[in-house]
Design a binder for this molecule. Structure first.
Ligand SMILES: Cc1cc2nc3c(=O)[nH]c(=O)nc-3n(C[C@H](O)[C@H](O)[C@H](O)COP(=O)(O)OP(=O)(O)OC[C@H]3O[C@@H](n4cnc5c(N)ncnc54)[C@H](O)[C@@H]3O)c2cc1C
Length: 302
C-alpha cells in the first residue's frame, strides 16, 4: 500500500470510510480509495495491483452500492472526479466515464438531441450507468451506444462494439476486472418540443413516486418478469417496516431508505425479510439491483 500511495498521482485515501462515497451514506472502510489523476495514472495503478494480487473494485459515484459495515478488503478505484471529458459534435456524443450522467443528459437536451432524455434524474456517473445499463421511463443507456472503451488490469485499453457486450434490464456483461473509461453515442436530432415533453414526463414521474428526501441507493430489487418488486413488498405488508435507522419506504416499497444512522446490517435484515416474505406468499425470488460490496457469500440468501 505504501508504494501505491506514493506512486498514485491522483488522490489516495487510506482506510477511507465508504459511507462518504455512497448515496446511502453507509459502508465501512476500504483499504484505499483511489481517484487516479488520468489514464496513465490509472494504467500504472492497475498494473501494480495486478502484479501484487491486490483485490481491486471499480465504482462510480456510489449511487447503486450497498457496502458492508466491515468495509472492503482491497482497493476501490473511481474515475468520478478525474475522467470528465464530454464532447458533442452534431449527433455524436463522446463522454468519459467520470462524467455525471445528469450532465450528459442535460447537454444533449439543450441541443435537442433525443435518446437519453428519459434518464433525467438518474444519479451517478456514465461508467456506472453503462455497467448497470441504467434506464428510466422506457430508455436505457445502451440504446444509442456506438462503442465503449475499457482498461484491463494489464493497463491496456480495449474497445467494445455494442454487439460484444450484452445488455439487458439493469445488467451488462462487462467483465468485473475491466474498468470502463469512455463511451461514444449516436443520438437523434429532434426538436425542442418532443425532447422537452419526454424529459418532463420522466422528471415528473420520478418526483411523484420516489422518496427523494432520504438517502437510498434507488431500487433495492430488480422488478421480476411480471409485476413490480415494490408491489409485492407492499402486498406482504412491509411498507414502513424499520430496522435500526433503515426503513422500507412508505412511499415506494422498493426503496429502502436511511434515516441517518442506518447500518448495512440493518438494510441486509430488511432485504432478507422482503425476499423471504415475497417468496413465501408469491413464490417469487427477488433479485438484487443494488450492488453489494464487501459482504461474505450467502449474506443475502434466505
Ligand atoms: C434516488 C435514486 C434514484 C435512482 N433511479 C434510478 C433509475 O431510475 N434508473 C436506474 O437505472 N438507476 C437508478 N438509480 C441507481 C443508480 O443511480 C444507477 O445504477 C447508476 O447508474 C449508478 O451509477 P454510479 O456511478 O453511482 O455507479 P456505482 O453505484 O458506483 O456502481 C454501480 C456498479 O457499476 C460498477 N461501476 C461503476 N463505475 C464503473 C466503471 N467506470 N467501470 C467499471 N465498473 C463500474 C460498480 O462496480 C457497480 O457494480 C437510482 C439511485 C438513486 C439513489
Amino acid at each position: 500500500m505504501e508504494t501505491l500511495s506514493t506512486m498514485t498521482k491522483g488522490s489516495f485515501l487510506k482506510d477511507e470510510a465508504m459511507a462518504k462515497h455512497t448515496s446511502y451514506g453507509i459502508g465501512g472502510p476500504a483499504k484505499a480509495y483511489i481517484t487516479p489523476r488520468d489514464k496513465d495514472d490509472l494504467s500504472q495503478i492497475l498494473q501494480f495491483a495486478n502484479q501484487h494480487g491486490i483485490a481491486t473494485y471499480f465504482v462510480g459515484s456510489g449511487s447503486n452500492l450497498l457496502v458492508a459495515d466491515e468495509g472492503i478488503d482491497g482497493l476501490v478505484i473511481t474515475l468520478g472526479k478525474s475522467l470528465k471529458r464530454l464532447e458533442i459534435t452534431g449527433t455524436t456524443v463522446f463522454a468519459e466515464s467520470g462524467v455525471m450522467l445528469g450532465k450528459m443528459v442535460k447537454e444533449c437536451i439543450s441541443r435537442n438531441l433525443s435518446g437519453v432524455e428519459s434518464m433525467i434524474g438518474v444519479p451517478g456517473t456514465l461508467g456506472g450507468a453503462l455497467v448497470m445499463n441504467a434506464g428510466a421511463f422506457g430508455g436505457e443507456i445502451s440504446n444509442y451506444l456506438k462503442h465503449v472503451t475499457v482498461m484491463k488490469m494489464n493497463g491496456q485499453e480495449k474497445q467494445y462494439q455494442p454487439g460484444d457486450i450484452s445488455f439487458s434490464y439493469r445488467h451488462s456483461t462487462f467483465p468485473d476486472d475491466e474498468i470502463v473509461i469512455s463511451a461514444e453515442f449516436e443520438l437523434i436530432q429532434s426538436d425542442k418540443k418532443t425532447v422537452q415533453e419526454k424529459r418532463s414526463v420522466a422528471s415528473g414521474g420520478r418526483k411523484a413516486t420516489q422518496p427523494l428526501k432520504f438517502r437510498s441507493a434507488g431500487s433495492i430489487f430488480k422488478n421480476p418478469e411480471e409485476g413490480a418488486a415494490g408491489y409485492y413488498i407492499d402486498q406482504v405488508g412491509l411498507k414502513g417496516t424499520k430496522v435500526g435507522d433503515a426503513e422500507i419506504s412508505p412511499i415506494h416499497a422498493n426503496f429502502f431508505v436511511n434515516h441517518g444512522g442506518a447500518k448495512a446490517s440493518d438494510v441486509v435484515t430488511l432485504i432478507r425479510l422482503a425476499r423471504k416474505m415475497v417468496q413465501e406468499k408469491f413464490g417469487i425470488m427477488l433479485d438484487l439491483e443494488v450492488k453489494p460490496l464487501g459482504f461474505k457469500p450467502g449474506t443475502f440468501d434466505i
